[in-house]
Design a protein around this ligand. Sequence first.
Ligand SMILES: Nc1ncnc2c1ncn2[C@@H]1O[C@H](COP(=O)(O)OP(=O)(O)O)[C@@H](O)[C@H]1O
Ligand SMILES: [Mg+2]
Length: 257
Amino acid sequence: MRVVIEHVCKTFEDGSGGKTEALRDINLTNEENEFLVVVGPSGCGKSTLLNIVAGLLPATSGKVIFEGIPDLSKPFTSVVFQEFALFPWRTVEKNIMYGPEERGLPKNEREDIARHFIDMVGLKGFEKRYPHQLSGGMKQRVSIARALANDPWLLLMDEPFSALDAQTRTIMQGELSQIYEKTHKSVLYITHNIQEAVFLGDRVAVLSRRPGRVESVISIDLPRPREENIVLAPEFLSYAEEIWGHIRDQAKSALSE
Ligand SMILES: Nc1ncnc2c1ncn2[C@@H]1O[C@H](COP(=O)(O)OP(=O)(O)O)[C@@H](O)[C@H]1O
Ligand SMILES: [Mg+2]
């Protein structure tokens, strides 16, 4: 399965004729089982792009094509948002079972799925807790487990760790990398954090500032599984520097306007 984003443009119009061009001619392919990261300055259209791929927002022109999907009974995408978008009235396990319930899977199958992903994201023992009884990091683990339990073809993640403190974020990045090793799902991951992009990505697409265009796409040729200390490797730093180079030029021209 691959996802082809073809000539996608998005212009927002307010009621009184004001226009915001958010995305201009985006062409990008999420290859089968690829962890693709989109990085760019805030306001450059990253969430807009993710919402278009998720089918939550229509493109003004262009299209998103899901190629080679053999089984239409599973959802194309599931999203993990920055804010912890959990159902507050449902326990951890009931949050995770939501997708399988919607798909009408039998109870024992739903329970197996929930158990499997609770294990994978390290939430064993917290099944009966409610979201307000969890830390930010744990809430995001539930969000990830809930998205995976939907068994989508493509996992969409919009800055899922940016509301977490720096230490928790580092831990969650490592855990997400391990989860990716286990599931090998296609992922489209949005961030403004360069080190996160290099740590997680197979490829990193750099968006320009608004209107967002694909400035460059960089293949991250670092071995997997990636350990936390890889951030100290010279190769890691040179990728980060390359990406920062693209973003810095954008930021500088923004300042001089
Ligand atoms: N629903 C909307 N209506 C009007 N403008 C919007 C809407 N959503 C986003 N925008 C504008 O589009 C641009 C890109 O926004 P967004 O995709 O949220 O950026 P990012 O996620 O990269 O920070 C911003 O200028 C934002 O103000
Ligand atoms: Mg955003």
